[in-house]
Design a protein around this ligand. Structure first.
Ligand SMILES: Nc1ncnc2c1ncn2[C@@H]1O[C@H](COP(=O)(O)OP(=O)(O)OP(=O)(O)O)[C@@H](O)[C@H]1O
Length: 318
């Protein structure tokens, strides 16, 4: 994919977070020594449970909260020393549409561009609306739009001043399943515009669906940043379920060293193994089963989901 090639060769990161900590008044340390580099054109998911520090990190990048330690650069601009230039590079998509319900799509999006002091440019607004399939709704009042369209207007507003980085704070919070899927596809389409997307989410499924890379944040620490596929490969365990011909009374003694679970109905054995290990142990397991005279009907393998990986990681940190 061209996007990946571009991100790998681009020298200057679009976002550089260096050793950032945030202590709120009262002494609560919401972020601890966070380092993060985002390259142009990536879709990055910041994944973490409630209170992990996701919103705090976005607020610091957008200059909405003060850094306690460290530095943040957006497209080379220091967010503290060069706030306006840094902020102009960022589009922030909030969760709720708070603008005038009686305003038209066109006006509200054009107005957002003006807020950043950018000159009027109908061609840009047209391009943004078209990219979000809102063009035929441009004269509609906001209150007449469906939930999905309203969310797309929020994105259009954030893109109106042509930012380099788009932050989506929990893009699917409080939406139904159909709308969630619609949002996933909208974010996927944003790739075409070349904008870098950073989204926060509680949902592993969401990170898995949309992101190229995933950062896991827990209790103010960025505990892991990895390409999605790499994360699955590195940390993924697989499960092999062997469906038996006849119920098995107990796991045979010569299989005691394998991590095996016998199902309640005693008709299936599940073996978990590490996909990255030099030997998975499957061949010897099969041989020993045959020696024990255990016959089976079927074999099913299952890759552990990012959800299981995530829960494991956060638990390890407790
Ligand atoms: N202004 C503040 N003063 C003191 N503590 C704060 C402030 N804002 C946030 N916190 C605390 O910092 C921690 C991180 O909050 P933050 O909102 O960044 O988490 P989050 O990962 O965005 O959570 P959520 O997914 O629930 O939005 C929380 O424990 C929160 O209570």
């Amino acid at each position: 994919m061209s996007q990946t090639r571009q991100s790998e060769t681009s020298a200057e990161p679009i976002l550089a977070v260096r050793d950032v900590s945030k202590t709120y008044e009262g002494g609560f340390r919401a972020l601890k020594h966070v380092d993060l580099t985002i390259r142009k054109g990536e879709i990055f998911a910041l994944l973490g449970p409630n209170g992990a520090g996701k919103t705090t990190l976005i607020s610091l990048v957008c200059g909405l909260a003060k850094l306690s330690e460290g530095t943040i650069h957006v497209d080379g601009h220091d967010v503290t020393r060069d706030f306006r230039k840094a902020r102009a590079k960022i589009g922030l998509v909030p969760q709720e549409l708070t603008t005038d319900a009686f305003e038209t799509v066109w006006n509200t999006v054009s107005f957002s561009r003006g807020l950043f002091g950018r000159p009027k440019d109908p061609a840009v607004i047209e391009r943004v609306l078209k990219s979000l399939t809102l063009w035929d709704k441009k004269d509609n009042k906001l209150r007449t739009l469906s939930g999905g369209m309203k969310r797309r207007v929020l994105i259009a507003k954030a893109l109106a001043h042509e930012p380099e980085v788009l932050f989506l704070d929990e893009p699917t919070a409080g939406v139904d399943v159909a709308l969630r899927r619609e949002m996933w596809s909208v974010v996927g389409d944003l790739r075409e515009t070349g904008v870098t997307v950073i989204l926060t989410t509680h949902y592993i499924e969401e990170a898995e669906m949309m992101a190229d890379r995933i950062g896991v944040i827990s209790k103010g620490e960025l505990i892991l940043v990895e390409k999605k596929d790499e994360l699955m490969r590195k940390l993924g365990h697989k499960e092999l379920t062997i469906k038996l011909d006849k119920p098995l009374d107990a796991i045979p003694a010569n299989l005691a060293d394998y991590r095996l679970d016998l199902s309640e109905d005693r008709l299936s054995l599940t073996y978990s193994y590490d996909t990255t290990a030099e030997r998975t142990g499957i061949a010897s397991l099969m041989r020993l089963l045959a020696e024990d005279g255990v016959r089976f009907r079927d074999i099913v393998t299952k890759q552990s989901s990012l959800e299981e990986i995530f829960v494991g990681l956060v638990e390890d940190k407790k």
